[in-house]
Design a protein around this ligand. Structure first.
Ligand SMILES: *[C@@H]1O[C@H](CO)[C@@H](O)[C@H](O)[C@H]1NC(C)=O
Length: 453
């Protein structure tokens, strides 16, 4: 079990840093075209395995299935060999590679795909390529049967791939489809390091960035921050004015007089939470999450995480596991300051809360994915791997952090003492009830995301 885990961690690290291929090709060396997914153009999250449509495979046989990294498996990347014979710098004239005799079932599958604007994704030398399955004109369904690959090379490396779909064929329940391909190699001046730049060009996907909704959300945030800080400032300033007027009163009088303003809460703010365990676990997880987000953003800015399939997710998982001590430190020390005694349970809750929530959600989605045979379905081995990471990496690191936190920052060190008797909380209006506040607080983020989607 432990060995398995070491292997997984090693895979994660190497997966994030290196690649299986060195991307150097000799003349006539085999270039593999991998088929990835097919799905509706207008919902990019919905993907199925390429061969879930009755497409056919070319005659060439090689390994037909592989997973490169854990995160690819998590993202539902499932590459299958296309069977097309492509060799480096060797042009291929229009060649038939396979045929499909349609029957009722296959006909329906293709019609459904064409109707819903299905497109497929392939990889050549890690460069993604997209092609559209077919076209509808006046309730006639056509399928593209010819794939023309134009591959640009620079020295011994592949730097650019274009695909053009040609030869529309009308779909009928008894048609026999023959699929053809063609490869044209072109010398290109694109540098190997820059070969992903064209995918960053906003024109490439021809969809506009939603500037309006980004602007909208941004203004909403600014407006709200302004509003809240104005209210706070006004209240505080009023209180300060009254306090400074009271300076002249002698101490006796002040002790007797009722406290008012924000000083009313000073005897209660440091009182331990009523669910100290859960509270400190949440605080710890929050610290960790913030750290992870910052680290991943920095990595993404420094390195080209987008050029490699799944490397963003691998990095995130790796950083999450590596920053577990942060979680333990802040959660554990807060729990100790609040006088918590069952710290082992607190650590377990802290360590597993977020992974359990995420995995639980993924698990539910997984069931739906399996039901619809979507390619997002996560293989069982991957689930085992994730569990291993939780048990053998995250847990020990959280333990280290918790022990450090309890010993270094576990002593309460509050600027004012805690009143022995909690101050009664005044009767609240209906809109101050936790339930209403939780709902209202969620409305804005939800609205922003909803508009964006
Ligand atoms: C691919 O298409 C782009 C844009 O049309 C073009 O600039 C580039 O040269 C093409 N690459 C190849 C290898 O044909």
């Amino acid at each position: 079990m432990n060995l398995l885990c070491k292997i997984i961690v090693a895979c994660l690290i190497t997966g994030a840093l290196t690649d299986e291929h060195d991307h150097i090709y000799e003349d006539n060396e085999e270039v593999v075209l991998w088929m990835n997914t097919v799905g509706p153009y207008h919902n990019r999250q919905e993907t199925y395995a390429y061969f879930s449509l009755p497409f056919c495979v070319g005659s060439k046989e090689t390994i037909s299935h592989y997973h490169e990294t854990l995160s690819e498996a998590l993202q539902g990347v499932e590459l299958e060999f296309s069977g097309l014979d492509i060799e480096f710098k060797a042009d291929v004239p229009k060649t038939q590679y396979c045929g499909v005799q349609l029957n009722d079932e296959k006909y329906k599958a293709f019609v459904y795909a064409v109707k819903n604007h299905y497109w497929y994704q392939m990889y050549i030398d890690d460069l993604p390529i997209w092609g559209i399955v077919g076209e509808v004109t006046d309730s006639n369904y056509y399928i593209w049967t010819h794939k023309k690959f134009e591959i640009g090379y620079n020295g011994k490396q592949i730097v650019d791939v274009n695909i053009t779909s040609e030869d529309k064929v009308l779909l009928t329940p008894t048609a026999k489809l023959t699929f053809t391909y063609e490869v044209i190699w072109k010398r290109s001046d694109v540098k190997f390091e820059d070969r992903f730049d064209k995918y960053l060009d906003p024109n490439f996907f021809q969809h506009r960035i939603h500037w309006f909704s980004i602007f909208n959300s941004f203004m909403m945030v600014i407006f709200l921050v302004g509003l809240v800080s104005m209210i706070l400032m006004r209240t505080l300033r009023k209180d300060y004015a009254r306090y400074s007027k009271d300076e002249d009163m002698d101490d006796m009088e002040r002790d007797l007089g009722d406290e008012y303003g924000w000083k009313q809460v000073h005897g209660d703010v440091f009182r331990p939470a009523s669910h100290a365990l859960l509270f400190s676990a949440l605080i710890g997880a929050g610290h960790q999450l913030t750290t992870v987000v910052f680290c991943v953003i920095i990595f993404a800015i420094l390195g080209d995480l987008y050029t490699e399939r799944g490397s963003l997710l691998s990095t995130t998982i790796f950083v999450y596991a590596a920053t577990s001590p942060v979680n333990g430190y802040f959660g554990g020390s807060l729990y100790a300051r609040m006088g918590g005694k069952i710290w082992i349970r607190q650590m377990l809750v802290s360590a597993f809360m977020l992974p359990a929530l995420v995995c639980g959600t993924a698990f539910c989605i997984n069931f739906i994915a399996i039901y619809y045979h979507a390619s997002r379905a996560i293989p069982f081995g991957t689930m085992v791997a994730v569990t291993c990471i939780c048990l053998f990496v995250i847990l020990p690191l959280t333990l280290v952090g918790t022990v450090l936190g309890r010993n270094l920052a576990g002593q309460p060190d509050y600027p004012c003492r805690i009143n022995a008797v909690p101050r009664p909380i005044p009767e609240k209006k209906w809109f101050m009830e936790p339930g209403v506040i939780i709902l209202l607080g969620g409305v804005l983020p939800f609205a922003s995301i909803f508009i964006e989607m």
